[in-house]
Write a protein that binds this ligand. Structure first.
Ligand code: MG
Length: 349
């Protein structure tokens, strides 16, 4: 397999950090986010709270014993999801080949690009635009990139180069291997295996005879081998452009010209990422700030600039009734697919 460049982005104490950002009184304090009922558990503890021994998945009751002066807040999932969406928006500036693995973690495949520069820019964007920090790891596969992001938390940036993989892995406990939980750990301990080095030195045949396919994976992970691809979830993604005019306009020619520019840019972006789009949506914000959107879904997905523009123009001329000044126009393509995805015929206008 050719060498890849994989980035793992992991937000630091995500929920707690958001609450501290939004309420400066919480900065520097032990903040614990979680279910507030008597049976609730900790979702996220701020770094200050972790010093008391509080960690996620711990019952709130236990946390309160360790840290009675902590500030306990309920989970505001709606807010965190919104921030998560903004983070994904930042990723799409660099690649659409990203795979969210939870609300605050994702892998990006940036093979052939400047991984370190991208990682630095992502951290900067997250800091500048969202006022939050992330820890980022870079390496040649998912397993190693995730390990790298854990090295310098919070606000870390760590690279594991190809030639340092084995020495990096050697001293780590086996629980650092993907999928080794307490049960597997106990079984490995029985074989005298405690560190990744011990797996490296073990007879792979024996591991396979005991653990089957999992034994082979374990052995491969111990040598830093992980061929799993980054699997983008493009179904939920969209790409778009919008622009607020310097001055509100009431000029159909200019609106169409703007849509034409957007069509050119978005077509280019689709081609770069080898996607096709099926749904085309035009958004208008009027001078009084009311917003209208209208969309069309194509029978045949496209990346063609003229097709995108033709559809956007049709939407603008036939599905809107522009009767006052326009402040902003936007064009969004969604329902993105890979060309080899099976195409379903449908038309919902
Ligand atoms: Mg995290």
């Amino acid at each position: 397999m050719e060498d890849r460049s994989i980035i793992h982005v992991d937000m630091d104490a995500f929920y707690a950090q958001i609450e501290q950002r939004d309420n400066p009184k919480l900065i520097g304090k032990p903040v614990i986010i979680g279910g507030t009922s008597s049976r609730g558990v900790v979702s996220t503890a701020s770094y200050e709270a972790r010093k008391y021994g509080v960690h996620s998945a711990m019952p709130i009751k236990a946390a309160k014993k360790l840290c009675p002066e902590g500030i306990y807040l309920p989970v505001n999932m709606k807010k965190y999801k919104e921030v998560s969406k903004n983070i994904h928006g930042i990723f799409t500036k660099y690649t659409n080949v990203y795979e969210p693995i939870s609300i605050d973690e994702a892998f990006l495949d940036v093979t052939g690009k400047e991984a370190l520069e991208i990682a630095k820019s992502i951290k900067k964007d997250i800091r500048d635009k969202l006022r939050l920090t992330a820890s980022v790891g870079i390496s040649i596969n998912k397993f190693l990139a995730k390990l790298a992001s854990e090295v310098n938390k919070p606000d870390g940036l760590t690279i594991i180069e190809k030639d340092e993989v084995l020495s990096f892995l050697r001293p780590l406990p086996i629980t650092k291997i993907w999928g080794v939980g307490p049960k597997m750990e106990r079984e490995l301990n029985k074989l005298g295996i405690y560190y990744i080095e011990d797996v490296q030195n073990y007879d792979v045949e024996v591991l396979v005879s005991i653990f089957g396919k999992r034994g082979k994976e374990l052995y491969e992970f111990s040598y830093g081998i992980d061929n799993r691809p980054v699997e983008p979830r493009i179904a939920n993604q969209s790409i778009g452009e919008e622009e607020t005019f310097l001055k509100d306009i009431y000029d159909m020619e200019m609106l169409l010209d703007t849509l034409k520019d957007y069509s050119f840019n978005l077509s280019k972006k689709l081609k770069e990422n080898r996607y096709l789009a099926r749904t085309i949506c035009v958004k208008i914000k009027y001078s009084d700030f009311t917003i209208e959107t209208r969309s069309m879904t194509l029978n045949i997905p496209t990346n063609d600039e003229r097709m995108i523009y033709k559809t956007a123009k049709y939407i603008l001329l036939n599905k809107f009734n522009i009767n006052r000044e326009v402040r902003l126009i936007g064009l969004t393509l969604s329902n993105l697919i890979y060309p080899d995805d099976p195409i379903q015929l449908s038309m919902d206008i």
